[in-house]
Design a protein around this ligand. Structure first.
Ligand code: ADP
Ligand code: SF4
Length: 698
């Protein structure tokens, strides 16, 4: 395979101040949940991307002192030498592979609520945080301004000494420097408020001080949202106005859009934002600077990347999510292995896991976040000690597909992936057909290509296996990946019981699979979609049905519609979108009974509510399809007598979970299938302080 010459431009080196990037692929700062607290995970996670060809890898936000503290959200910290000692491991990993390491030095200003440090937040003016409205900052005095500048310089020097090549004076996402720049936060009447020059003063003075301290040794980068797409920051004219004022102090402009409250517009989900969408704004920065520019926009298409560079808009192709879903994206382009690229699907589960779980993970890349603690490499697979066995994987959903691929790569003699359906994919056969989720089909596409290539993996479709079939199949290892189904009787988290009258064998009561896979007709005009789960399924069905001409109400017992999508940054836009397309939303409704023509229950205050409906769609909870597994597991000795040495189950068949976890489960079993007890995950490396009893003193 050779690279298309039109992509050669992506492999040109780029100079930034005193440093040189070996190509134009740049991993912009992004959260992981690792910080300086999980230094092994941090180092290996970034190091993997360096190995995969990214010319620079950056930390997440690195808070410059205890003046700015976001705990329990894990940013990284550069409060003292020990933090930097931990982070220097990441520099070593980057350098080992010829990449630069960058650190995104940050002060969160008003948004840092000091939960651990118990210090007040700071802001240019005493205005409550729009991100955490209960946080009111101290308006900074001249002494505070001086101290923050000194902290920035101290953090920059420590970073340089730890081995970082790129030092940021990060403005955010509406953090302190941008708060000074923005009239929304800055109402000062002194030399730091008023005109653009005055509002830029804090940032420029900080840049001058940092540059004077480390500018000969490190490239100085500024990252900020040049267009807030809302009130919390600056509009493009002031964004580019700042670039003009500070250009002489900056070696690399790292530009994006949004703010911390409108982060959903920067880390845009594919539901709302197409690849490359930020160019509309960040592409304009070139008009005011000749310095290198890096931008983002979930880019995975090399043609598009080359076009952008050739147009002059950006010099570097920035990526957070595309580098998570495929750390080897640059190498694959470099070597012309285009079909191998594991393209980001824009689901933002990485954000859900990094921000709310404090440990990143990815739907597309089961190895993301597991590089250190489990020692997994996304492109390398050890031959299995028991590879001279045949494996039958029953069910070709996310878990089964991933498991079969990894077993294939580990060299098993024969792997049969069998599914009752006419196509592979399981739940991914229909999820990408929900409105807005088309890009999720990439999950399936990458796996289809892999399965096609693996000569030891055979995919057999349209074949529903019984326990008897499996016993006589001839495989020594059987993996059951039969997935889950939506409850047909309204079973739900809130009553732990079916809803009286709910029965999806009736014409007017439907489950998601009946609509999406079985083609069951939705009768009548008025439809209520009842959601007790809170992720994308009910919302997607409501939008689909309104698009088909039904009059749709989305009722949920949750406090708001689709609250889980808040964790993927989709929530507020999704609720607005549902409203705009005509879906009525009824949060706080607990269903008690369904009948012909109605659904009855109570509102959030316990008052009775009845809604008329010709059809009710139930998205209440899922249940594992475990009967096949349980039947086989009943008598393991008998199975052994029939030549089956091992029986496992994976994915939703164990417990219904998001696609990322089902896929991870399949990957995990295949990676550990030759361990002593493959059904039980091997312990992973935990990163924590262990104190001797004497260490806490008396
Ligand atoms: P997961 O997310 O755990 O991979 P899915 O529900 O997405 O689970 O996929 C399960 C797959 O298993 C579906 O494609 C379904 O058709 C298939 N399946 C379920 N039972 C059988 C069976 N007895 N024989 C073959 N395939 C089955
Ligand atoms: Fe992309 Fe989803 Fe992976 Fe995040 S979790 S990198 S959005 S595929």
């Amino acid at each position: 395979m050779t690279r298309d010459p039109k992509h050669d431009i992506l492999f040109e080196p780029v100079r930034i101040g005193p440093k040189t990037l070996r190509n134009r692929f740049y991993q912009v700062p992004h959260c992981t949940g690792f910080g300086a607290e999980k230094p092994g995970s941090q180092a290996r996670f970034r190091g993997m991307k360096a190995e995969g060809g990214w010319a620079a890898v950056n930390t997440e936000e690195a808070l410059i002192s205890s003046d700015t503290d976001y705990w329990p959200v894990v940013s990284t910290r550069v409060w003292d030498e020990d933090d930097l000692r931990n982070l220097s491991l990441m520099c070593d990993e980057a350098h080992k592979h010829g990449s630069l390491a960058g650190i995104e030095l940050t002060h969160g200003g008003v948004h840092a609520d000091g939960r651990e440090s118990r210090r007040p937040s700071l802001g240019p003016s005493q205005l409550a945080s729009d991100y955490h409205p209960f946080v009111v900052p101290k308006a900074m005095e001249p002494g505070d301004i001086r101290r923050v500048r000194e902290d920035w310089v101290r953090a920059a020097k420590l970073s340089r000494d730890a081995g970082f090549d790129i030092v940021y004076v990060y403005g955010g996402h509406s953090y302190l420097p941008l708060q000074f720049l923005s009239p929304f936060y800055n109402k000062r009447t002194d030399a730091y408020g008023g005109s653009l020059e005055n509002r830029a003063r804090f940032w420029i003075e900080t840049l001058e001080a940092v540059r004077a301290a480390v500018g000969d040794d490190c490239a100085i980068a500024v990252r900020f949202c040049v267009e807030a797409l809302g009130p919390a920051g600056v509009e493009l004219d002031e964004g580019t106005g700042f670039v003009v004022l500070a250009d002489h102090l900056v070696d690399l402009w790292d530009v994006n859009v949004g703010s911390i409250t409108d982060w959903s517009k920067d880390s845009g989900a594919s539901r709302f934002f197409p690849e490359g969408y930020q160019l509309e704004w960040t592409g304009r920065v070139r008009e005011v600077t000749a310095k290198p520019i890096v931008g983002v926009g979930r880019l995975t298409n090399p043609d598009r990347m080359a076009e952008i560079v050739r147009s002059g808009a950006w010099d570097l192709i920035g990526a957070a999510r595309p580098s998570i879903s495929d750390p080897f994206l640059p190498k694959k382009i470099e070597e012309g292995r285009y079909g191998e690229i594991r393209e980001c699907i824009g689901c933002n589960v990485c954000i859900m896991k990094a921000e709310w779980g404090n440990h990143i993970g990815c739907t597309q890349n089961a190895t993301a976040g597991e590089e250190y603690r489990r020692g997994w490499h996304p492109e390398k697979f050890e031959p299995a000690a028991n590879a001279d066995n045949d494996v039958l994987v029953v069910g070709a959903g996310p878990a089964g597909m991933e498991c079969a691929i990894v077993l294939g790569k580990r060299g098993f003699r024969r792997v049969h992936l069998v599914d009752a359906a006419p196509e592979i994919g399981g739940v991914m056969r229909w999820i990408p057909r929900l409105p807005g989720l088309g890009e999720w089909a990439r999950f399936l596409n990458w796996r289809a290509v892999q399965l096609e290539k693996l000569k030891n993996v055979e995919v057999i479709l349209g074949t529903e296996l019984t326990a008897k079939d499996i016993r006589s199949y001839g495989a020594e290892i059987v993996v059951v990946a039969t997935g889950a189904r939506w409850a047909t009787d309204g079973l739900n988290a809130y009553t732990h019981a079916p809803i009286p009258g709910a029965d999806a064998s009736l014409a007017h009561i439907l489950t998601p699979e009946q609509i999406m896979l079985e083609g069951k007709a939705v009768p009548g005009k008025r439809v209520v979609v009842y959601d007790a789960e809170g992720y994308f399924t009910a919302a997607g069905l409501a939008e689909k049905l309104v698009g088909e001409g039904h009059d749709v109400e989305l009722a949920t017992c949750l406090e708001r519609v689709a609250p889980v999508t808040d964790e993927t940054l989709e929530g507020p836009m999704l609720r607005q979108h549902l409203h705009d397309v005509g879906v009525r939303q009824r949060p706080g409704f607990l269903a008690a009974e369904i009948g012909e023509g109605f659904i009855r229950g109570t509102d959030e205050f316990g008052e009775p509510v009845e809604v008329e409906a010709d059809a009710i769609v139930l998205a209440t909870q899922r249940l594992s399809n475990e009967s096949l597994y349980l039947e086989l597991a009943q008598d393991l000795d008998a199975l052994r007598g029939e030549g089956i040495d091992a029986l496992y189950r994976i994915g939703d068949c164990v417990a219904p979970r998001i696609v990322a976890e089902a896929s991870f489960d399949g990957h995990r079993l295949a990676r550990e299938i030759d361990s002593d007890d493959p059904a039980t995950p091997l312990p992973y490396m935990r990163e924590r302080i262990v104190l001797e009893s004497a260490a806490i003193g008396s």
